[in-house]
Structures are given as C-alpha cells and as structure tokens.
Design a protein around this ligand. Structure first.
Ligand code: FAD
Ligand code: NAP
Ligand code: SF4
Length: 666
C-alpha cells in the first residue's frame, strides 16, 4: 500500500525516507515571545509523525524582505540560537528540516518595501521603492548570508521562495519588472536575480546543503511567465545546482482560488507533471493534496517525485505515520477551509487548524492520560460533541454520547451538501472513526432529556446540543413559501425558480451557492479561466460563466457590502462565485411582509415586492439551551460547549476549540 509514497529518495547528500514534504506555512509563532520554543515542539511533533522533510515558514534575509515590520529574520548570531531550538528538536525526532528564505518584495506589509520597479501590488496599501543596483547586489548577498546562518543553525538546507508573486518572482515577469538596466528587459536578464541568489548560496553553503527552489508553474495573472520561460529557468536552476524544484501556483494577487475548498483535489498536479519532463532533478507537486491516496496517485502516475502537504500536516501531525501503518482512515483530513490557518496568518494571529486546535498550541493544549477515569455523558453529536467525546475518551474517560438524529455530524451534514464544501464530510468520517476507536458509547436516535440524568449515573454532563435557527419576526413569516435553511439543505424542499434569502452571513452565502448550482456546471478551470495549456502568459483565458437558471436575491438588513463577515482568504471566492452566477445582493433591506405576491421589502425608502416562489430564512442562530437550563434548574452541574454555550460568533472553529479545551481539563 502507498508503495510510491514510502519509497526513499536520494537527493544530493540526503536520503529522504519517504516522499512526503511538509510545505512551508507561516504560523506567526516566530514573532511572539517564547515562539521559537513553541515552534520547536510544533515541528518536532510533525517529525515524530514521520514526514519525510519539513520546510519552515518563510524567514526574511533582511529587514526590507519581511512580511511585516515585526516578522522573523535570520541575520545574526542571536537569531541563529533561536533557530537552533527548532532544528535540534526536529533532529532529536529523527526528522529533517529546511528553512524557507522569503523576501516579500512589494508584498511586504510595511513602508520600507522594495521591488524591481516601483509598482504597487493591488493587494497592498504600501508602495515599493525601486531597487538600485546596490540594493540588488546586497539583497543577493543577504540571501547567501541567510542560508549560511541557516546552515550554522542546523538546518539541512534551504528553500528559496521564488513564486507566489514575492520578490524573486517580481523580477521574473514584465508585470512587475519594467527595469531598463541589465536586471530587466529580456527574460535572460529578468531571471538573473534568481540565478545569482542560487550561485551565492552555493558558494556560501557548499553543494551538500540541500537547495530547493520554489518556482511558479502557473502565475494566474496577466503578464505572467510563459511556459517556455518557466522551463528555461527550471533548466538553469538545475544547472546551477538546485537539488529540488517545488511548484508554486498563482500570485497572491491572482483572483483565482488555488488552495481553498472549491479547488478540486490535486487540481494543479498536472503542471508539475509537465515540468517533470523538462528537468532531471526531483519536482514537488503541491496544492489540495490531502489524502495518502491522492498523493500516491500523483507519484504513481509520474507527475512528481515528491508531494508537498502543508495544511494537512496542521490538521494531523501523524499523517505520514498513519498512512505508513495502514491507518489512513484515522487521518484527520484538512478540509481546506482556511479558517484557522491562512485566515489567522493574514490577520497576524497564531495559525492553527479548525479540526485540530492543538496545531501551534502544542505546549499549552495537551491531551494527557487521566488520573481518574470518569463516567461522562455528552448530549449532541455535532462538531462540538464529537470533538469532546474523542479527546475525553482518548485521555481515558468512559464516554457516552446521545444524538437525537440518526447520525453523527450535526450541522456539518448541511455544510457538506454545499457545492465546493464536500470535504466537510471528511471531518464527520474522522470523528466517527475516532469515537469507534476509543469506544465511545454512541446512542443515535436518542433525544436526551432531563430524566435521563436524574439518577446521577454520570459524573460529568456535557451539553453540545447546538443551535436553533433564528426565525425573524416578519409579518407572514409562517407563509407556506417560507422555509428554514436546514429544511432546504436536508433535501426536503422544492423551492421553485426564484428565491429570496433572508440573511447574508456564512449560511446565507452557502445557501445562495447551493441554489445557484445548476445541473450542467462548467469545470473548475472553465469557470475560473485557467489555461493549463499556456496559450497566454500567466495561464489565463476567458472564463466560461453563465447566470444561474434560478433568480436569487441575497438580502441583509445592515448597510455595506454583503459578505463582510466571510473568511479573509475565502470570502472573495464566495462573493465572486455568486456575482458570476448573477445572484442579486442587496443591503440596507427592511423586510415588510411576506404574502402570496412574494417578499415585500423597503430599500432606500422605496418599497418593492420581490415576486419569488420561496423565501429561505438564514437569519442567524440561537443557542439551543433547553436541556442545559432544565438540568441546571434541577441542580445538576453541566458544561455547555459549541452552539449550546453561545450562538453569537459561533462557528465550527469555535465549537471544536471549546470542546477540545474542555476535554483536556476534565
Ligand atoms: P451542531 O452542529 O448544531 O450539533 C448539535 C447536535 O446536537 C445535533 O446533531 C443535534 O441533533 C444534537 N442535539 C440537539 N439536542 C439534542 C438532544 N436533546 N439530545 C441529543 N442530541 C441533541 N462553520 C464553520 O466554521 N465553517 C463553515 O464553513 C461552516 N459552514 C456551514 C455551512 C452550513 C450550511 C451550516 C448550516 C453551518 C455551517 N457552519 C460552518 C457552522 C457549523 O456547522 C456550526 O457552527 C457547528 O456545527 C456547531 O457545532 P455544534 O456541535 O455546537 O452544533
Ligand atoms: P451569521 O454569519 O451571523 O449571519 C446571520 C445573518 O442573519 C446576517 O446576515 C444578519 O444580517 C441576519 N440577521 C440576524 N438577525 C436577524 C433578524 N432578526 N432578522 C433578519 N435577519 C437577521 O450567521 P449564520 O449565517 O447563521 O452562520 C452561523 C455561523 O456559521 C457563523 O459564525 C458563520 O461564520 C459560520 N459559517 C461559516 C461559513 C464559512 O464559509 N466560513 C459558512 C457558513 C457558516 P442583518 O442583521 O444585517 O440582516
Ligand atoms: Fe485545513 Fe481548515 Fe485546518 Fe486550515 S484550518 S489546516 S484549511 S482544516
């Protein structure tokens, strides 16, 4: 099983034990007091989980190259000592670790940023200064110096970040490099910066120091690289002594999803396969590879020599170990939601994982064996109840879970039917496996009531009974054309060809996507205009979009643009998708009444009637505390988690985090 995935690979002086690379992810740990100690534990746990090679988050070689003013650099002996904590911890576990050197160029979020030309990035408020010849030469030297310090700190090698629209990438394309000197103009000039950095690092660190170059294989922006240019650079990098080429997909400013849930699994591996035919050094496939089966298939089909998984290693540090031990069914799968990882990273918060809140919190959230086994009841088998039951049982408690419906999963059963959110089923699968493994006594089709706890059979009672959808007080809300979102998504409703959605929060957007999804949908690359054949530089082509066959109104009472509460790194995808589908979004709406004519609203003091066949309520949620209140009134001490604790600001990240933290301390 997974015979390709677990085949060792000799790279330079290194023997990698398997083909799994933990891709670079910035966690913001290195920027906080005591952060390197925490990073050491975080990386060591992944090394213990048998990942073949770890690549750290990006570390700047000089102040101008930092992500933000307080970002981590490696420029002196004091910083070397901090990094050594990480490398020693990983090596103690028998792992291997390379440090990524990242110069952000015009993407840096601070005023001192530099770039080949003074062209502001569309996603940045800061404008870069054009680099002088001396700036360029000193930056090349800083890469070499940084790599040399990385070697001193005990790293096994470095990855040069040459993609995603960062500084080196900015030199490569005319989009951002409009220099008139020898660093601009024709492609051989534009690629000099990358090649000189490689040369400098080779000189400073020797050829036994692992050198990986992250090369953009698909820019997904106008005036990006052509395929011929990419191949030219790849061959030059190989000649320059680079040991491995890692794939980069898309600039950060590209308006095409590259890693979020709607991206089909392994969608971009074919471009890595294409490059593999052009070079003899190993190449790494990336993006939306989240199961050992997918990784194995990429290798077996000869599309890559190695596979990189970044977020899946946040979700499960034992990914490789479990696959190796034929326990792939026990892997906590990354569902590509970005909610606790990338969304946190871009908000300069510590990254973590929605389905594994221990990620980057290993030192403070520990699941230690219990001193005394308790008999614990859990009411509700949604994300909160399942996560609690898993951790409590893993620690050694005797756990009984009551679930009113016929299956575990709670609202994730509604989430998983949304187009592009099918991955949410993996979380239900994972917890179902874990509850079985740790022998949680699960009773489905059992609505718990106060009488069930009157004999004090359980030492602890945990209520995870979730939420109730809010029903707004609008005249006519009881009209037969009105449904709740859960009725719609559980498949029991036929809404007709025109629908008004009341509420444009996370669920309102999801419901709109569900309703706008037609039987005949364009493929992912057609819809987003991705040209894997490279007819144009950058790999773009016209999008194939068409309005939904259903007329959909997505409404909210507050002003401002709908969607402001959506995730930082995914909200734009939802908004762009619905706009492309012709969904009408309206803000500042007053709901006047619902009757046989449709939904009567007032916007900007003008009344109108939306003549819709159905109205779907997505007006937020309220805590389902009925049982918790009854038990507390009866004098029983209960713990509430997830929706039953507080529906305000609740999402699955909050629910699972609360659950795991309670289970860790009971
Ligand atoms: P629930 O999931 O509501 O589970 C509660 C469970 O308790 C249910 O299974 C219920 O049957 C059971 N129960 C209730 N009373 C009793 C009783 N008396 N006895 C026994 N069992 C009982 N969140 C995100 O973070 N990201 C997303 O992308 C996302 N997408 C979503 C998409 C949709 C369409 C929906 C509807 C929700 C989405 N959410 C998302 C929200 C997320 O699913 C919820 O925040 C999360 O499920 C809350 O978990 P919970 O365990 O507290 O409650
Ligand atoms: P939500 O995001 O808070 O949105 C609730 C919506 O209901 C808002 O648009 C609100 O806007 C409206 N509303 C509130 N009170 C109302 C009332 N009395 N009458 C009419 N409208 C009212 O909540 P949700 O959509 O129910 O989602 C629940 C949770 O799941 C949220 O935390 C959400 O983030 C999470 N979730 C996340 C995703 C994701 O992709 N990350 C997807 C789905 C759900 P107005 O008050 O302006 O009308
Ligand atoms: Fe994956 Fe979501 Fe966890 Fe990020 S938060 S690692 S995307 S499951």
């Amino acid at each position: 099983m997974y015979s390709h995935l677990f085949q060792p690979l000799q790279v330079g002086a290194f023997m990698l034990p398997n083909r799994i690379i933990m891709g670079s992810m910035h966690t913001n740990l290195e920027e906080i007091p005591g952060g390197f100690e925490r990073a050491a534990v975080y990386y060591a746990e992944r090394a213990r989980g048998k990942v073949g090679l770890i690549i750290t988050g990006g570390i700047a070689p000089c102040p101008e190259g930092c992500v933000s003013a307080r970002s981590a650099m490696l420029t002196n002996a004091k910083e070397v000592a901090q990094h050594r904590l990480v490398t020693e911890a990983v090596h103690r576990e028998g792992g291997r670790i390379c440090m990524q050197i990242l110069h952000t160029g015009r993407y840096g979020y601070h005023p001192a940023i530099v770039a080949p030309s003074a062209i502001q990035a569309p996603i940045n408020v800061f404008s870069p200064r054009e680099m002088t010849e001396e700036d360029i030469l000193s930056t090349i030297r800083s890469f070499g110096q940084c790599a040399s310090l990385a070697r001193e700190a005990g790293y096994d090698g470095v990855e040069i970040m040459g993609s995603e629209g960062y500084l080196i990438h900015q030199f490569l394309t005319t989009r951002t490099n409009q220099r008139k000197d020898s660093w601009g103009g024709e492609y051989p000039n534009r690629m000099q910066f990358a090649l000189r950095i490689v040369e400098e690092i080779k000189q400073m660190c020797g050829s036994d120091f692992l050198l990986i170059f992250r090369l953009s294989l698909l820019d997904l922006v106008e005036n990006g690289s052509s395929w011929e240019e990419i191949v030219q650079l790849a061959r030059a990098l190989e000649k320059g002594g680079v040991h491995i080429i890692n794939s980069g997909i898309g600039w950060h400013e590209a308006r095409i999803p590259t890693i979020a849930t709607p991206v089909p699994r392994r969608f971009f591996s074919s471009v890595t396969g294409r490059l593999k035919k052009e070079v003899t050094i190993p190449v790494i496939a990336v993006n939306r590879i989240n199961t050992p089966e997918i990784a194995e298939a990429i290798l077996a089909e000869g599309q890559a020599d190695l596979v990189s998984m970044a977020r899946p290693l946040l979700a499960d540090p034992e990914f490789a170990l479990k696959a190796m031990d034929h326990r792939a069914n026990e892997i906590n799968t990354c569902i590509a939601c970005n909610q606790a990882c990338l969304d946190h990273t871009f908000q300069l918060k510590i990254s973590s994982c929605m389905v594994n809140p221990r990620a980057c919190h290993e030192t403070e959230l520990q699941y230690l064996p219990v001193q005394k086994t308790k008999n614990i009841a859990v009411v509700g088998g949604g994300p909160a109840g399942m996560a609690f039951a898993h951790i409590a049982a893993l620690r050694g408690h005797k756990v009984t879970l009551f679930e009113a419906s016929d299956q575990l999963g709670g609202q994730f059963h509604l989430a998983k039917v949304i187009p592009g959110k099918e991955e949410y089923a993996e979380t239900i699968r994972y917890y179902t496996e874990m509850l079985s493994k740790y022998e949680v006594n699960v009773h489905c089709n059992t609505t718990a009531n106060a009488a069930m706890f009157s004999n004090h059979q359980f030492e602890e009672v945990v209520i995870a009974s979730g939420i109730r959808p809010r029903i707004p007080e609008i005249p006519g809300i009881g009209h037969p054309m009105v449904y709740r979102y859960d009725q719609l998504l559980s498949g029991s409703v036929d809404v007709g060809d025109s629908v008004a959605i009341l509420g444009a929060g996370g669920i309102g957007f999801d419901v709109a996507a569900f309703l706008a999804h037609d039987k005949e949908e364009p493929s992912f690359d057609d819809f987003w205009g991705i040209d894997m054949q490279y007819s144009n530089n950058g790999g773009l082509r016209p999008r194939r979009i068409s309005s939904s066959q259903r007329k959909i109104y997505l409404l909210q009472r507050k002003g401002g643009k709908p969607g402001s509460s959506l995730g930082k790194t995914t909200g734009w995808i939802h908004k762009s998708t619905l706009t492309s589908k012709g969904v009408t979004m309206m803000s500042g709406v007053t709901y006047d009444r619902i009757d046989d004519d449709g939904l009567h609203i007032t916007v900007n003091q003008k009344s109108q009637c939306l003549k819709v066949s159905s109205v779907i309520i997505c007006a937020g949620q309220m805590a389902n505390r009925t049982l918790a209140d009854e038990l507390e009134t009866a004098g029983l001490r209960v713990h509430t988690i997830g929706g039953s604790a507080d529906a305000e600001g609740l999402d699955a990240k909050v629910a699972i985090d609360q659950a795991c933290r309670l289970a860790a301390r009971l």
